[in-house]
Design a protein around this ligand. Structure first.
Ligand SMILES: [Zn+2]
Length: 128
């Protein structure tokens, strides 16, 4: 087996091998995962990377309140991080910006595991 072997989720296996399975019996998609990397934050689900959010260095007064685009918490600048994502097809000429909590666990708890805020963020960043 090669090191780059793709892994498949239970959902993908059921849908590809048993496409006629009743929708109620098909396993739901995995939750979105946020992975901190040296470049920033990778958002992925079911083994596919959806977007790389590059951290933007902080500038301005530390007392400025920012709002998290995922959980809607507002807090002073040191508690949040601004990220940028390249607009697909722009070849590095256009970016969209999002602000997220540095405390990713607390942010996830405030979202209560709901997918809606992450999907809204992805549609904003990816323009779809
Ligand atoms: Zn948050």
């Amino acid at each position: 087996m090669s090191e780059n072997a793709k892994t498949y989720s239970a959902r993908e296996i059921v849908l590809s091998l048993f496409p006629a399975t009743d929708a109620a019996l098909v396993p739901g998609p995995e939750p979105y995962r946020f992975e901190a990397t040296p470049e920033g934050l990778r958002v992925h689900r079911d083994g596919a990377e959806l977007v790389l959010l590059a951290a933007v260095s902080s500038a301005g007064r530390a007392s400025t309140q920012l709002l998290c685009d995922l959980c809607q918490r507002s807090a002073p600048r040191p508690y949040l991080q601004v990220f940028r994502a390249e607009v697909p097809g722009s070849k590095g000429r256009r970016y969209r910006y999002v602000t997220l909590c540095r405390d990713t666990r607390g942010c996830e708890a405030r979202r209560r595991g709901e997918d809606g805020p992450v999907e809204a963020l992805l549609s904003r960043v990816l323009g779809r």
